[in-house]
Design a protein around this ligand. Structure first.
Ligand code: CAA
Length: 258
């Protein structure tokens, strides 16, 4: 499918999705959100890791599109938020690992997009934050909830109440990004991390993600039950047989994802 505001490139089972509206610092208007949702829903099954980054040299995504939001009603805002939530939930629930390569401003909806990915790496130029209160609103694509789960309630309140932008080093310090890389090494780093996932059993990686994601919102007993089920299910796979046989035969495993 041809997209206007995003680009999808696939190389050796790793997809790189670039949000590409550099004139508006890749701001998320309805069209871009619809394209994202469609791209997440139609990723080829051969793709085993997804990296999301921003086009141009300034921004990952500078937020939801303020020009589009400026004059909408509450009812329209509800629809707009529903679209963003749907797209980001689809992303969060993909059965493959996802990485945000934050190459510049990741503000508002951009920070929320990164938070819907499994891992966040940032370039030295990155600036992250949720400045919505400076516009008279609050985060609308999951930021109040996902940021809180990543950095804790008090830190999330500080960031959301102040609307302050963090530089990459500070974002790393509070656990909002995993690593900070020189700008020209960010994408290569993310691809190298994704390549490490690809060496492992795809069903196992997918099951690990499912159990962590769904378990995180449950109490420990229920979450551990999810783990037990996921562990057991994998023993019905060819990959489990191959992985353990390969270990015992002292050779690399040849996983097939079956
Ligand atoms: N929406 C629409 N357009 C945007 C935008 C956004 N979020 N962010 C930047 N742009 C546009 C600017 O309007 C400008 O367009 P023109 O050239 O046509 O004037 C262009 O991108 C370049 O931006 P600046 O000239 O502002 O660039 P700068 O380098 O001076 O500043 C910036 C960069 C600090 C990121 C600044 O653009 C900025 O503060 N952007 C808004 C950030 C923000 O508030 N994001 C939250 C949005 S609300 C939200 O996301 C709600 C939600 O949770 C769902």
């Amino acid at each position: 499918m041809a997209y206007e505001n995003i680009r999808l490139e696939i190389e050796e089972a790793i997809a790189v999705l670039t949000i590409d509206r550099p004139k508006a610092l890749n701001a998320l208007n309805s069209k871009t959100l619809q394209e994202l949702e469609s791209a997440f829903n139609s990723l080829p099954t051969t793709v085993r890791a997804l990296i999301i980054t921003g086009g141009g040299d300034k921004a990952f995504v500078a937020g939801a599109d303020i020009a589009e939001m400026a004059s909408i009603s509450s009812a329209q805002a509800r629809e707009f938020a529903a679209l963003g939530h749907r797209a980001f939930q689809t992303l969060e629930q993909l059965p493959i690992p996802t990485i945000a390569a934050v190459n510049g401003f990741a503000l508002g909806g951009g920070c929320e997009l990164a938070l819907a990915c499994d891992l966040i790496y940032a370039s030295e130029k990155a600036k992250l934050g949720l400045p919505e209160v400076s516009l008279g609103v609050i985060p609308g694509f999951g930021g109040t909830q996902r940021l809180t789960r990543v950095v804790g309630k008090m830190r999330a309140k500080e960031l959301i109440f102040t609307g302050e932008r963090l530089d990459a080093a500070k974002a790393k310090e509070i656990g909002l990004v995993l690593e900070v890389l020189p700008a020209d090494q960010l994408l290569a780093h993310c691809k190298a991390v994704a390549a490490k996932f690809l060496k492992n059993g795809p069903l196992a990686v997918s099951q690990a993600k499912r159990v962590i994601e769904f378990g995180a919102d449950q109490d420990l007993r229920a979450a551990n039950e999810l783990e037990r089920q996921g562990f057991a299910v994998l023993f019905g796979s060819e990959d489990q047989k191959e992985g353990m046989k390969a270990f015992l035969e002292k050779r690399p495993a040849g996983f097939t994802g079956k």
